[in-house]
Design a protein around this ligand. Structure first.
Ligand SMILES: Cc1ncc(COP(=O)(O)O)c(C=O)c1O
Length: 437
């Protein structure tokens, strides 16, 4: 690992040895070498406190909700705590947080409910850069005569063509569903502008923040989106999905639900028994992020990380989370620059997406590549044997792999970094790719 404390030019400090010590899986070895987990976009590793939160709940409070006894009441309180934690992460009120099994199921549920308000001829605008979980649930509404249109991409850097988007929004558009960032090529979209364009046309904006959430701070009020979905297993938590819905929508729209579900918001959107232990884990994951924030340092010259001062910043959890993401972004930007420099040196390698190191602000550290004469599966297998875990294929970003002509040819090799990854791991994967090429 290159140094214990990562200090960037903007003086955000990430204590990588503390961070890595929080994630037990990072100690794993294969053939005598530590595993480099570069598979974060498929699901990140988890900190010990999130594991402890799940085990602690199951050990002490395992019960169903709404009972007249202590473990059941504690379960109700724990779920309310999970909602507060997610509200702190997203910048909303706890009753605007809906828990579900995953983002895909939540999006199907919401598209069905929104579909009840739509009529033939209404339009939904999607993009070719999105994960299929933000495409197929909306396409089911075509059965009712709803027209689905697609925003095209700029092929050279895999960014969204916002002029095409502006052209395709009109007064028939009822929903604009778009990703915050691409899980395949890493592009971060200008969702604030897209939401503004949607609202100008009278449409609702549905944001898939699954890929963005481990990399960037989310503020649903500032974004002014109508809905935003994410999956906690992508940001150091358990396998679950979370939906933010503006209260007026969660109240007005009619979910399909069982009679025993009251009309209370947000419970009318949560059917059956939730994954209680996972909700306990969500609070654990968010508290980890908040602690990371208190351990990172603010901008002030001469200030030391809070952990070294042996105190905390005294910030609220939301502020601490914001500090965490700031440090995460700065660290990840350095990894991106290093990666882009290295990838450019490898003969026969093609990177899909933003390749200009001056534009790292507009991308996550998620890299889709192909190397001449090797399938992505061959490359992922070779890397896996060396303890470098990556992914191959389309990762359900099927419109994109089809649009770029790689769907029938193995898709891409995806190398994804998160904040617990190191400069040494970037070097390691670059060396392995070079050897393969
Ligand atoms: C960008 C994006 N959206 C949606 C999903 C689907 O999330 P879930 O597995 O929670 O349904 C994924 C999963 O990989 C994703 O990367």
């Amino acid at each position: 690992m290159a140094g214990i404390i990562v200090e960037t030019s903007e003086r955000a400090i990430l204590d990588l040895s503390w961070i890595r010590s929080q994630f037990p899986a990072l100690a794993r070895e294969i053939n005598g070498r530590p595993v480099a987990f570069l598979d974060g976009p498929g699901g990140t590793q988890v900190p010990q406190r999130m594991i402890d939160a799940i085990a602690g709940y199951l050990r002490a409070n395992n019960a169903n909700t709404g009972g007249a006894y202590s473990t059941s009441r504690d379960t109700d309180a724990m779920i309310a705590g999970g909602r507060r934690a997610m509200a702190d992460l997203l910048g909303c009120d706890p009753d605007e947080v809906v828990f579900g099994p995953n983002m895909t199921s939540l999006t199907f549920a919401m598209s069905r409910a929104i579909g009840r308000e739509l009529k033939a001829g209404d339009e939904i605008l999607l993009t070719h850069l999105d994960h299929d979980a933000n495409i197929s649930p909306w396409r089911t509404l075509e059965e009712n005569g709803v027209r689905v249109r697609f925003v095209d991409i700029r092929e050279h850097d895999c960014t969204l063509d916002l002029e095409d988007l502006a052209r395709k929004i009109n007064n028939r558009t009822k929903v604009v569903a778009v990703g915050y960032a691409s899980n395949a090529v890493g592009t971060i979209h200008d969702v604030e502008e897209i939401i503004r364009l949607a609202h100008d046309a009278g449409a609702m904006a549905y944001i898939d923040a699954v890929h963005y959430a481990p990399h960037g701070h989310i503020d649903v009020r500032k974004l002014n989106c109508d809905f935003l979905v994410c999956s906690t297993y992508k940001f150091f938590g358990p396998h679950m999905g979370v939906l933010y819905g503006r209260r007026e929508h969660l109240t007005r729209l009619e979910p399909y639900k069982v009679r025993a579900n009251t009309n209370a918001v947000p419970q009318r959107w949560e059917w059956g028994t939730l994954n209680h232990e996972a909700i306990a884990g969500i609070t654990g994951a968010i508290d980890y992020l908040a602690e990371l924030g208190t351990r990172s340092v603010r901008d002030e010259p001469g200030s030391a990380p809070a952990a070294r001062r042996n105190d905390t910043t005294g910030a609220s959890r939301r502020e601490a989370i914001q500090l965490a993401y700031r440090a995460i972004r700065l660290h990840e930007r350095e990894l991106s620059r290093q990666m882009l420099r290295g990838l450019a040196e490898i003969p026969g390698l093609r990177l899909y997406g933003i390749s200009d190191a001056a534009r790292v602000e507009s991308r996550c550290p998620t890299f889709a590549v192909r190397i001449a004469r090797h399938t992505p599966l061959e490359l992922a297998t070779k890397l896996g044997e060396q303890g470098i875990f990556t992914w191959d294929g389309n990762y359900y970003a099927i419109n994109l792999t089809e649009r770029l002509g790689v769907e029938n040819d193995g898709g891409f090799l995806r190398i994804g970094f998160v904040h617990y990854n190191t400069e040494d791991e970037v070097d390691r994967v670059l060396e392995a790719l070079e050897a393969a090429a």
